[in-house]
Design a protein around this ligand. Structure first.
Ligand SMILES: C[S@@+](CC[C@H](N)C(=O)[O-])C[C@H]1O[C@@H](n2cnc3c(N)ncnc32)[C@H](O)[C@@H]1O
Length: 215
């Protein structure tokens, strides 16, 4: 079966599309953090929010380093799997079924936010309002001086994402982009075996950005 990286556009909502993806092996679910997160271990401070945490591998990685971590995802079965993994590893993470579009109504505050693959989902023109709402929510839950560690598809990825210029526009006011580099996202091996050629190169082109909330 040929995998179409644009399949997400065939669903009536992002929630429906992601729920369907979790019925099989999702391409992003690699059982560990994407490699760029290993380069910022010392910068990630408690309390940490993993927004769109999926089955929780990145949240658990930081919890294993004695950080206080909350992971949210709007797909219930992803959170169920994350909770099972936490129990198996005897790690404590506050995994919640929660829509990232509701961050503005939340009383929790964090020193660090991890976004490993969420923001770019809302990059198409008809989803820009959601993206704005999400970024406003990030500013609301992130303490001043806190950092967002963002991994996002570039606009060259087959799924579509954001250009570097767009990144600077999205985080223009109230934020400072401290660093941004282009990286290649790692794809689940089981997925690649089932869908050879789904990605032309080693994986999709992504930005890894460290972004500080300034006010
Ligand atoms: C590309 S996956 C990445 C998952 C995980 N961060 C990782 O690196 O393995 C994006 C995740 O964001 C979640 N997601 C998308 N939109 C969301 C929203 N509005 N609220 C909460 N989670 C969302 C999806 O269910 C999915 O688990």
């Amino acid at each position: 079966m040929k995998y179409d990286p644009k399949t997400m556009q065939n669903y009536s909502s992002a929630h429906e599309g992601f729920t369907e993806h979790y019925n099989a092996t999702p391409p992003w679910d690699i059982g560990k953090p994407q490699a760029p997160y290993l380069t910022v271990i010392d910068q990630v401070k408690s309390p940490v929010l993993d927004a769109g945490c999926g089955t929780g591998s990145t949240a658990l990685f930081f919890a294993a380093r004695e950080l206080e971590v909350t992971g949210i995802d709007f797909v219930e079965c992803a959170i169920q799997r994350a909770r099972i993994k936490a129990a198996e590893q005897s790690l404590s993470v506050n995994f919640l079924v929660k829509d990232a579009m509701t961050l503005n109504d939340w009383n929790e505050r964090f020193a660090s936010v991890i976004d490993s693959g969420l923001l770019h989902i809302y990059s198409k023109e008809d989803q820009r309002q959601d993206r704005t709402r999400y970024v406003q929510g990030l500013a609301h839950v992130l303490k001043p001086g806190g950092r967002l560690f963002l991994l996002s598809f570039t606009d060259e990825a087959p799924e579509g994402g954001v250009s570097e210029q767009e990144l600077y526009e999205i985080f223009a006011k109230g934020w400072e982009i401290e660093s941004v580099q282009q990286v290649i996202g790692e794809i689940n091996q089981e997925f690649l075996a089932k869908h050879p050629g789904a990605y032309q190169e080693a994986g999709p082109k992504m930005w890894f950005a460290v972004i500080r909330r300034t006010d």
